[in-house]
Structure formats: C-alpha cells, structure tokens
Write a protein that binds this ligand. Structure first.
Ligand SMILES: Nc1ncnc2c1ncn2[C@@H]1O[C@H](COP(=O)(O)OP(=O)(O)O)[C@@H](O)[C@H]1O
Ligand SMILES: [Mg+2]
Length: 273
C-alpha cells in the first residue's frame, strides 16, 4: 500500500529576496517541513525569521528560490487551491456586509446566491455572529472581526488552513477564547493546519507539533517538538499542567537562543547603520 502523501511538504526550500545593495538576502535556507493530513502544526521563531515566507510558499503565493513544494503529493503549481489563508490583518471588505464578506469565497466559486446566504448564515451562527449578518465590519469589535474572518476561511471547506499570527493583535482574554473556538472547529474536521506564531505558549497549547525556526538570515529548522498533550484540550487547564510546562521549558531553552541571536544581529545592524 502506498504511503499517504503529506498535505504540505516543503523540501530543501531556500528563499532569497533581492535587496537595494544588489546582494540577495537569504531569508530561509534548506527548509524541510512535512505536515501530515489532519495534523495541527505550529511554526515558531523570532520576528523576521521567515515564518510568513514559509506560509506564502505553501499557499503558492511565492515560489521558492530553490527546493520544492508538494501538496498531497503533487508539485504545487500556482495557487494552492486546497488551502485557505488567514492573515494577521483580517481581509474583511469595509463596504460589504458581514454576510457578504463571509460568503466571498463561495461567490468566487460561483455558488448560487440563495445557497451562499444559507451557508453564510449557518457559519455566522457557528461563530456567534448570527445577529450581525447585515452589519458592516467597522461595527464589529476586534474579536468579532476575527470570528468573521474564521468563518470566511472555513466556509469554503479547505483541506488545509494556513494561519499567520491570526490572533496576535487581540487582547489576552479574547485571544484565548478564539484559540479555544479554533480548536473546537478543528476537532474532528480532519483539516490540516499550519499555524504561524511568535508565541510559544499559543503554539504548544494548540498543536500536535511545534516546529522551531532559527533567527534569520539563513533561517533553518532548529527542530520539531511533538506535543503529546491529550485532546480535546481546554486551553485554560492545559496551560497550568506540569506536562505543558515540561514541553514549554524544553522548547523555550532553544527558542531563547534564537531570540537572543536575532536581537544581537539587529543591534549590530543598528550600530553599523
Ligand atoms: N518581499 C520581500 N522582499 C524583501 N525581503 C523580504 C520580503 N519578504 C520578506 N522579506 C524578508 O525576509 C525575512 C523573513 O520575513 P518573514 O517571512 O516575513 O518573517 P516572519 O514572518 O518570521 O516575521 C525578513 O527579514 C524580511 O524582511
Ligand atoms: Mg510574519
């Protein structure tokens, strides 16, 4: 029996960006990242280490300079149509109602209007925005906008969710609520999630595995750390458990090194400049 292919597999991926001086900047180098179907994997690392670059490559928004991207075993060409992308900054259109925003992806897929509205309303109910279908994004709080953005990415039923620091702008309480709700949605969905965050706490509490990137330039994978905490998880309880703290300490000692390296590099650049 053939082995099941990975949902997303980056192999030997290097990404260089052109710079003003003419010398290319190598953001990430020789990255291997394989995410099995249905897994929840977080990518953690200091700011600027290349987390978004990896997600962009998985989304097909940006081809690697070297290496390959495979999606369910097929080389990725153009956009990754099996994935939905959720950015740190939500992508709600200010001139459209919440319902129209949430159903945008269905509209693009030419789903008939009545069916769109029906699915859209069901999703708004699911994320606790049932009463806000006709409202506009500016009438929503930060947390409510996130809920709308979650509905917007999930309504198209993607196999893969690429989430780039989606909750980092929220206050601590709202953030924890959203994290819990994300896990509730994901549980039993069999969807693959690649979740980017600079917050180790968030990464561990949500994930099956945490992948740590080193400080840039030339970021590499420092390691992958399995998170064998039982599911379903209550994020409040789990963060107080000794098992959580063991995993946290183990990853943090490695992450701390990378954060320090990244500070030192930035300090040197400032002195030189
Ligand atoms: N389009 C681009 N052009 C030039 N440099 C870029 C571009 N995108 C990202 N970079 C650089 O690549 C590095 C990694 O960026 P990014 O993936 O956004 O990091 P992270 O998401 O981990 O904060 C950063 O130093 C950033 O400045
Ligand atoms: Mg980023």
């Amino acid at each position: 029996m053939p082995e099941q292919p990975y949902a997303v597999q980056l192999s030997g991926m290097t990404k260089r960006f052109p710079t003003a001086t003419g010398e290319a900047y190598t953001a990430v180098r020789d990255i291997d990242l394989a995410v099995a179907p249905g897994r929840f994997v977080s990518v953690v690392g200091p700011t600027g280490c290349g987390k978004s670059t990896l997600l962009n490559a998985a989304a097909g928004l940006m081809p690697p300079s070297e290496g390959t991207v495979h999606v369910y075993g097929e080389p990725l060409q153009g956009l990754n149509r099996r994935a939905s992308y959720m950015f740190q900054q939500d992508a709600l259109l200010p001139w459209r109602s919440v319902l129209d925003n949430v159903t945008l992806g269905l509209r693009i897929r030419k789903v008939p209007a009545d069916e769109r509205a029906e699915q859209g309303r069901a999703w708004l109910e699911r994320v606790g925005l049932g009463a806000f279908a006709a409202a506009y994004p500016h009438q929503l709080s930060g947390g409510m906008r996130k809920r709308a953005a979650v509905a917007q990415t999930w309504i198209v039923d993607p196999d893969i969710l690429l989430m780039d620091e989606p909750f980092s702008a929220l206050d601590v309480q709202t953030r924890q609520l959203m994290e819990n709700e994300l896990l509730t949605l994901w549980t039993g969905s069999e969807k693959t999630v690649i979740f980017v965050t600079h917050d180790l706490d968030e990464a561990i509490s949500l994930s099956d595995e945490v992948v740590l990137l080193s400080a840039g330039p030339d970021s590499e994978v420092v390691g992958g750390y399995p998170v064998d905490l039982p599911r379903p998880r209550d994020l409040m309880d789990i963060r107080n458990s000794p098992e959580f703290n063991d995993i946290y300490r183990r990853i943090w000692s490695d992450l701390r090194n990378e954060v320090m390296k990244s500070y030192e590099r930035r300090a040197r650049t400032l002195q030189a400049g």
